[in-house]
Design a binder for this molecule. Structure first.
Ligand SMILES: Cc1ncc(C[n+]2csc(CCOP(=O)(O)OP(=O)(O)O)c2C)c(N)n1
Ligand SMILES: CC(=O)[C@@H](O)[C@H](O)COP(=O)(O)O
Ligand SMILES: [Mg+2]
Length: 630
């Protein structure tokens, strides 16, 4: 079968198990080859090859609705639904998205990226189906990691109560990004090892039918026995008690086992959960043998050796810079506790865990819990450092306001992946946090210009006693500057002038500082003397400096890698208005009011106008006619 050119997923309908096995091998080779060039979420997709093929053989997409939770494991579905030919553009600018995308295919009925949403969406679709008297299946496919997310549990609770026909496929590979954690994970482990209850149950029911009806007594005793027996041998009792029919555990790499159970599941009335066991990274030795993350998300690699292709001598990742500074602080300050919602590897907290095993908590995919738990720690005088991707903090917003900020608790938010993240695209861009945090009373927000300032900011955050403080840092590598031996405390709300200038001022911070400097150099060549200010605190702002700037009555440009609506530039505009600095030319550059898709960050910066040309042009347009020198 030409995987670059599958017209319709129904091509798998009439394949034998043997043909399915051959196709599965072809799909694996396709993934391993293509992703060696593009990178992507290899491990999860290798794990669901047979499962996805079997789902398409059993159900009729798009009439039956597949919802891929997180969606990073939807590549096989993409291949089967006509997108194999676009895999050379996977996660690249204007190329194939790494997650389900409704405008890519009618087979993508639900967009994901963030975890644990599929069951709620499926429930909505099931209610709509029933109200409209339609009769298709709704099939959310959720991993064991995503199942630990609060939303998924809320939805299970509701689906089980309403008894809706929803066919949940639980893809259990015992991994989140790293090893899955939590009591639910342990419960799933017990289900796995309990064996195949359904076989036992079927045998027992068959036996019951054989017992002659003698006044119903034996039969009812046997029924009770069957019920109580569940507690000893039923692997899925947890789900059955919630109102689901449980099938499993199913071998997710065995077409016969998959098909039998999926056929049953499709015909079963009411909510069903099919517990499918898979192996993350299956079929590619380097991924299978990587105990850390089974090649969850990778860049390009050499197929034979599995060696990752990386630029030589890159400076350390920002997450590593922050994590290292935090370890140094933790050696001095026993109050520091690190918290991560399932991102121990991405946030580079492994070494912290090795050094302080009692002071690192991976709470699973549970951003809300992580935030409120950090608040709880802070009430007891601890100094929690919640390392959380900007995009995932969105899920803990009420907790930030209600639990942390309102009680003015000393929680440090290490906001990782702040700014455009690149290949993951619009679901993961860390561009809203300034706008949504800045309006919260008691909150301070800062971002370093380099790793040296980052070290000082970690120290500043640890020493800060006046409430929550957020330290933003981007994805990718730091700048490679030298870092001071001893950390210093930075005055909260203080900015610094990086380059003095008389004709205009650029207020900027973090990742856009080099761009501002470059633009200022270009403008200097044109005879325009522009000041560049490191506005390293987005809140509180340096009001003294702002007054001085506005009193100079020169044009002001704000420049940031965040949504222009409501972020830093808006704060400066508000300041200008609140202090009646009328008629001062001011312009904001930031991200437009739309979602920015996936691609190389360099291309995305161009697309949104984070370019030297645009900055130069905006400054020139702000200048009075007489000063626009050539
Ligand atoms: C709300 C949210 N938090 C964290 C993540 C980051 N994340 C992406 S995949 C993943 C692990 C998911 O594990 P599982 O659902 O078991 O899928 P698997 O990768 O094992 O197939 C995590 C933590 C996310 N996408 N969304
Ligand atoms: C699917 C998902 O949410 C994660 O796997 C994410 O892609 C990780 O991003 P980083 O590569 O920035 O850690
Ligand atoms: Mg998993």
């Amino acid at each position: 079968m030409d995987l670059n050119n599958i017209k319709d997923p129904s091509v798998v309908k009439n394949l034998t198990d043997e043909e399915m096995r051959n196709l599965a091998q072809d799909v694996r080779n396709f993934l391993i080859n293509n992703l060696s060039e593009t990178g992507g979420h290899l491990g999860a997709n290798l794990g669901v090859v047979e499962l996805t093929l079997a789902l398409h053989r059993t159900f009729d997409s798009p009439n039956d609705r597949f919802l891929f939770d997180v969606g990073h494991q939807s590549y096989v579905h993409k291949i089967l639904t006509g997108r194999g030919g676009q895999f050379d553009t996977l996660r690249k600018y204007q190329g194939l998205c790494g997650f389900p995308k409704r405008n890519e295919s009618e087979h993508d009925v639900w967009e994901t990226g963030h975890s644990s949403t599929s069951l709620s969406a499926a429930m909505g679709m099931a209610i709509a189906r029933d109200l409209k008297n339609e009769s298709h299946s709704v099939v959310p496919i959720i991993g064991d990691g995503a199942l630990t997310g609060g939303m998924a549990l809320e939805a299970l609770n509701h689906i089980g109560h309403e008894k809706k026909n929803v066919t949940v496929i639980l893809n259990d590979n015992e991994m989140s990004i790293a090893k899955n954690v939590g009591a639910l994970h342990s419960a799933l482990a017990r289900m796995r090892s309990a064996g195949k209850y359904n076989r036992v149950k079927d045998d027992f029911e068959w036996l019951l039918k054989k017992i002659p009806a003698i006044g119903g007594r034996v039969a009812s005793t046997a029924e009770r026995l069957k019920d109580s027996m569940k507690y000893f041998v039923v692997p899925g009792m947890f789900f059955e008690e919630l109102g689901f029919t449980y099938y499993g555990p199913v071998d997710g790499h065995d077409f016969e086992d998959l098909q039998g159970n999926l056929d049953y599941a499709r015909k079963t009335e009411g909510p069903v959960i099919v517990h499918v066991m898979t192996q993350k990274g299956k079929g590619y030795q380097p991924a299978e043998s990587d105990v850390k993350d089974k090649w969850h998300g990778v860049g390009p690699y050499k197929i034979d050796s599995g060696e990752k292709i990386k630029p030589a001598d890159a400076p350390p990742a920002w997450s590593e810079v922050i994590s290292e500074a935090l370890r140094a602080e933790a050696r001095e300050d026993e109050r520091i506790v690190a918290v991560t919602p399932a991102m121990i590897l991405g946030s580079k907290l492994e070494k912290f865990g090795e050094e302080f095993p009692d002071r690192l908590y991976d709470v699973g995919i549970a951003e809300q819990h992580a935030t409120t738990m950090s608040a709880g720690l802070a009430t007891q005088g601890m100094r929690p450092f919640l390392a959380i991707y900007s995009t995932f903090l969105q899920r803990g917003y009420d907790q930030v306001i209600h639990d942390v900020a309102r009680q003015n608790l000393n929680v440090i938010f290490g906001i990782d992946r702040a700014g455009l993240v690149g290949a993951d695209g619009e679901t993961h861009q860390g561009v809203f946090d300034i706008a949504f945090l800045r309006t919260v009373p008691n909150m301070s927000i800062m971002m370093p210009k380099d790793e040296n300032e980052a070290k000082h900011m970690v120290h500043t955050a640890v020493k800060y006693e006046d409430g929550p403080i957020a330290l933003r840092y981007p994805r990718g590598n730091a700048l490679g500057v030298e870092v001071a031996d001893k950390p210093e405390t930075i005055d909260i709300g203080s900015w610094e002038t990086l380059k003095p200038g008389e004709d205009a001022v650029i207020l900027t911070f973090g990742t856009t500082i080099p761009l501002a400097i470059e633009a200022a150099e270009t403008l200097q060549e044109q005879g325009v003397d522009v000041e560049v200010v490191n506005a390293r605190f987005m809140k509180p702002m340096d009001e003294k400096m702002l007054h001085e700037i506005f009193e100079r009555n020169i044009p002001v440009l704000t420049l940031e890698e965040a949504v222009v609506q409501g972020s830093f530039g808006s704060a400066v505009l508000e300041f200008q208005s609140d202090h009646s600095y009328y008629n001062r030319p001011l312009k904001r550059i930031g991200l437009p009011d739309r979602f920015v898709e996936h691609g190389d960050v360099k291309d995305l910066w161009k697309e949104v106008g984070l370019t030297r040309e645009n900055v130069v042009d905006k400054v020139l347009k702000l200048l009075p006619q007489s000063e626009k020198r050539a």
